[in-house]
Design a protein around this ligand. Structure first.
Ligand code: DGJ
Length: 719
């Protein structure tokens, strides 16, 4: 569209639009990213025609562009920082050619800097259904000397000035997705990670809210870098009252050095906005991830329930006991048996053996075949733990190739969990890993790899002395892709000491993530709530662990542990041989209930709520809210003698709903009668109770008196 001497480009989703203005000879200006605008809406005027120059400013007006740079006189964060031996330090775009790659949906802006001899291709795609915007930049060095690139934003997004807060995640090992809310002010907001992996403590994503936004209402914006390495994001107040949000890979010194003719492509920046609050935004991200996941056979099959051996026996994996575990697991209804750490040559503790990827002869003298056949005969798939990117100093691999560890000559090797990082960007190292893992996959029906990564990269020195953070991530992706291409029926779990590598980048290759090494159900409530902001439940590894929980020492009932894990990709992580008959029966009931519900839990939308008074809830339903599963978790005792009703604002006010309590077969009877009343008995019957959507949304569903760390689960169907 063209109006008053200005040209515009618009992309429209279902509920959002973006509009760029294309002044000649410079980068496109951001005019809008937010609510859906009519298809041919005329912006009315060129932006500069609507703004007077402030006093004491440059004599050119510099609005926010898609790639603001230093050389035009931009004083804010630059989307590009680079130089040639100290020269060409300030770039400026002198031309832009837009090209539709998919008309109306996907566009590449070809920007050029004739002075610094650079080109930037910025691709922008807005998915019509999910309202997810994907940005990615490629910088080409067209000069005849090397360019030192220090920073290249994958994208620069505009945020309206009334945004008031940014919600991100802090955390640590065994406490991922710790919510952190910061006010947006005139100070620069910045989060960055230099750990070489996605990290436990600084998830590469955030949500920006506008005043009054809630879980279900109000305008919110979200962005996530699809990358498993270093990252940086900033939100900066601009002098015209809006904010710019920049996101990209943090490059170590020298990592962005581009020889003449070379180019560098950033990771994808995945962003979205919603007028339906945090859950509307979550639905957009879930839709985008579901579109990306590359399932064996082309489609997700119901997520098989796991037994993971780790917390059950740790390194003590001997075929006899492990077979007995498998037999006990099958009797619970387990569908995939995952042999965790401890199975390979010399691996009896965490001080040795990483790199020696063949079965330990003292534990498995005849290899893994017997165990795998036993597991398969029980009707379960077999999965195997590996940590390919690592090497123990005490390993045959390291003794043979000490130079294959990331290191800096003359500096000490820094171990973490007694291990070093392999330089898998070396073709010989990644070929070696491919051969070793491929040999196992070719010899046995192994359908699943739990792919771990148990330390940060510090420092990631390559053999030639340069930094290798970026190379390491790309090489890990390439190794996963190569194994998947050779063994397309194999699924991969991305684990990194729990949740250290959870991102849309690794999820191009993986199918499940291990959310956290903390299986304590109470801790998991908050972590999973945060996780679901960006990721759908079917990829969320959620296990029923032991009581007391190994990482916290806290004890919760089987029912609470199972209810918290119920909505994710369910697993069990304990030694099933040690369960009493009653515990095994109860767990079997929960697994059966999960199987009954998983189609509903793992498709459609998720709404999440915090109702106060210690109640958190999740509602998994189709987009029409005709059929859903409600999971209500009481994390602490109620402050009230009679707990308030629970409002369910996402329900259709015009509909009527049948609410039926769901309990697993074999669940122990409720203790005492202090927690019941005729309504709850009816709700607990096969017919359930029928209530108006408007009533449930505004007044709420009566809540039973219940002790702390208990759950209430119900099917809610439109009648
Ligand atoms: C860390 C993982 O998060 C655990 O689940 C387990 O696989 C251990 N590593 C094994 O070393």
């Amino acid at each position: 569209m063209t109006t008053m001497s200005a040209e515009f480009i618009a992309l429209h989703g279902r509920c959002s639009s973006l509009v760029l203005e294309l002044p000649p000879g410079e980068a496109p200006l951001w005019r809008h990213w937010g609510a859906r605008l009519p298809d041919d809406l005329d912006p009315g005027a060129a932006l500069r025609d609507t703004r007077a120059l402030p006093t004491f400013a440059l004599d050119q007006d510099l609005p926010l562009t898609v790639a603001p740079v230093f050389g035009t006189g931009w004083f804010g964060q630059s989307a590009l920082l680079a130089h040639r031996e100290g020269r060409d330090f300030a770039q400026g775009w002198t031309g832009c050619v837009p090209e539709w790659t998919v008309p109306g949906r996907a566009l590449t802006l070809h920007l050029s800097d004739a002075v610094a001899q650079l080109r930037l291709d910025l691709s922008i795609t807005l998915d019509a259904d999910s309202d997810v915007l994907v940005l990615r930049a490629t910088l080409h060095n067209d000069g005849d000397s090397a360019l030192d690139l220090q920073w290249l934003a994958a994208g620069t997004l505009p945020l309206p000035g009334h945004c008031d807060a940014v919600r991100s995640f802090a955390g640590q090992h065994v406490h991922e997705f710790l919510p952190q809310t910061d006010p947006l002010t005139r100070s620069l907001w910045r989060r960055e990670s230099r750990r070489g992996r996605t990290s436990h403590d600084c998830f590469p994503g955030a949500v920006v809210t506008t005043p009054g936004a809630t879980a279900q209402t109000g305008r919110v914006f979200g962005a996530h870098l699809a990358w498993s390495g270093n990252h940086q994001q900033t939100i900066e107040w601009l002098h015209d009252g809006q904010y710019q949000w920049q996101f990209g890979e943090w490059l170590a010194p020298g990592e962005g050095r581009l020889a003449p003719g070379a180019s560098l492509t950033t990771p994808e920046l995945v962003a979205s906005c919603s007028d339906q609050g945090l859950d509307g935004l979550a639905a957009n991200f879930h839709a985008e991830l579901r579109r990306r996941l590359d399932w064996p056979g082309g489609a997700m099959r119901p997520r098989p329930v796991h037994l993971n051996t780790w917390e059950g026996v740790y390194f003590d994996v001997h075929p006899g006991p492990v077979k007995a575990m498998a037999t006990a697991a099958a009797a619970l209804g387990i569908e995939r048996f995952v042999l965790d750490d401890g199975w390979f040559h010399g691996r009896h503790h965490d001080r040795a053996a990483l790199g020696d990827w063949w079965p330990d002869a003292t534990k498995f003298p005849d290899g893994l075949g017997g165990l795998i056949a036993h597991v398969n005969a029980l009707g379960m798939e077999f999965g195997l733990w590996v940590e390919p990117e690592m090497v123990s100093p005490d390993s045959e691999l390291f003794r043979a190739h000490p130079d294959w560890a990331l290191q800096i000559a003359g500096r000490p090797l820094l171990t973490a969990r007694n291990q070093l990082v392999l330089d898998i960007a070396r073709p010989e190292a990644s070929d070696h890993l491919f051969e070793k893992i491929a040999a196992l996959l070719a010899a046995h029906p192994i359908r699943y790899l739990k792919w771990d990564l148990n330390r940060d990269l510090a420092p990631a020195g390559l053999g030639d002395g340069r930094a290798g953070y970026r190379a390491q991530v790309l090489a890990a992706y390439a190794l996963m892709a190569r194994l998947r291409a050779a063994f397309p029926e194999v699924e991969i779990e991305s684990c990194s000491g729990g949740g250290g590598r959870i991102d849309f980048g690794v999820l191009r290759h993986a199918h499940r993530v291990w959310t956290s090494d903390c299986i304590d159900a109470l801790s998991r409530v908050e972590m999973q709530h945060g996780f679901l902001q960006f990721f759908p439940p079917e990829i969320m590894g959620a296990h029923v662990g032991t009581a007391p929980a190994h990482t916290t020492g806290r004890t919760q009932s089987m029912a609470f542990r199972a209810a918290v894990a119920l909505s994710g990709h369910l697993g069990v992580e304990l030694d099933p041989r040690r369960l009493s008959t009653e515990e095994a029966d109860e767990l079997r009931g929960w697994i059966a209930l999960h199987k009954q519900l998983r189609e509903r839990l793992h498709h459609g939308r998720v709404w999440r709520g915090e109702a106060g008074d210690g109640l958190r809830w999740q509602f998994h339903a189709d987009a029409d809210r005709a059929d859903g599963v409600l999971i209500v978790l009481r994390t602490r005792p109620s402050d009230h003698r009679q707990p308030p009703a629970l409002r369910l604002p996402m329900l259709d006010a015009a509909a009527r709903y049948r609410v039926r309590e769901l309990r697993p077969d074999g669940a122990p009877p409720r203790e005492g009668r202090h927690d019941t009343a005729p309504f709850f008995d009816a709700q607990d019957s096969a017919e359930g109770v029928t209530l108006a959507g408007a009533w449930l949304a505004e007044v709420g569903l009566p809540m039973r008196r219940a002790p702390a760390e208990t759950a209430f689960i119900a099917r809610i169907e439109r009648v």
